[in-house]
Design a protein around this ligand. Structure first.
Ligand code: ACO
Length: 281
């Protein structure tokens, strides 16, 4: 892997894997890596072949956080350049991923440190190796969990866990990350790729339009009161019935009520189209 390629993209069917590719630096995030991630994610979001995006690191680690040399020290006397790259870093690690049109999965192995918690928590799902190592190490560098790290951590786990790990900077393993809610679940390291592939396949079996609406709704209602949420959800529900080219609702009802070929608790509906206004198989 060349140093000139801080980001790589690999494809398997509808799954695109975006790889932070500085294994010799434990995938610490340099300005070039941030630019590469921002560009890759922007391109994949509008690529019709891509249905699901996985984010991982090269060489057995997720990321050792911001590059202390290239992102911090080298930019100390360059405020304009620093501001510009901070914007790019925050855009892909938060705004882009948090609002992404397609399902996203963080695949965590090895180290996941400091600023890497942003992309960890902005993705929709995270699966980790049992023995992966997490740390909010900022306190040990004499800095805050900055950019939006403190915010996304406080938003994701119970206050006691957030304070404990942010104030102490202690390392914890994947199983602890799952227990407190930083990741969905863990598996032995040797099963991680297969497990992420399985999750991606399950997500891709859903209607993309419906899945996008569900994940947007789950994120947006968090900051709404009950009346706002009811109104928003009604509008969103109406919108997907119009937008969904697979007509999931009507097809699902027909398969359950008329054909008796489908039980939604156990399986996604079989994709079908409405030929001549009639649900497909
Ligand atoms: N910034 C810049 N370089 C880094 C970083 C980083 N965050 N992390 C690792 N590197 C570099 C090391 O300097 C070293 O470079 P070198 O080979 O030129 O000397 C190389 O990556 C390998 O690192 P090692 O420390 O030798 O690898 P090891 O596997 O023993 O340890 C570990 C990995 C635990 C991740 C360690 O490198 C570390 O503690 N890094 C700092 C992690 C951190 O605190 N990140 C948060 C930064 S602050 C923020 O993100 C907001």
């Amino acid at each position: 892997m060349s140093k000139s390629e801080p980001v790589k993209v690999e494809r398997r069917g509808g799954v695109a894997t975006v790889i932070m590719n500085r294994p010799e630096k434990r995938n610490a995030m340099s300005p070039d890596l941030h630019r590469g991630m921002d560009q890759a994610l922007a391109a994949l979001e509008v690529d019709p072949e891509v249905k699901c995006v996985v984010i991982r690191g090269a060489g057995g680690n997720f990321s050792a956080g911001q590059d202390l040399k290239e992102f911090f020290r080298a930019l100390e006397d360059k405020p304009a350049e620093a501001k510009q790259i901070q914007e790019v870093a925050n855009r892909w690690r938060w705004h882009r991923l948090y609002n992404y049109d397609k399902p996203t999965i963080a695949m965590i192995e090895g180290y996941c440190v400091g600023g890497a918690f942003m992309q960890l928590l902005a993705t929709d799902f995270a699966v980790a190796a049992d023995n992966s190592v997490f740390s909010l190490s900022e306190v040990n560098w004499g800095i805050l969990p900055g950019a939006l790290v403190a915010k996304v951590v406080a938003d994701s786990v119970l206050p006691r866990h957030a304070l404990y790990y942010a104030c102490l900077g202690d390392a914890f393993d994947g199983k602890e990350a799952a227990r407190v809610g930083f990741v969905n679940y863990t598996v032995p390291a040797e099963q991680l790729e297969d497990e992420v592939a399985k999750l991606a396949d399950r997500l891709m079996a859903k209607s993309p339009v419906v899945l996008r609406a569900v994940k947007q709704a789950m994120r947006q209602v968090r900051t709404m009161d009950f009346d706002q949420a009811r109104d928003y959800l009604e509008a969103k529900d109406t919108a997907i019935r119009v937008d969904d080219p697979e007509q999931s609702y009507k097809v699902g009802l027909s398969q359950f009520i008329d054909k008796k070929s489908y039980k939604p608790v156990y399986q996604p509906f079989k994709l079908g189209t409405l030929a001549n206004g009639k649900p497909g198989a």
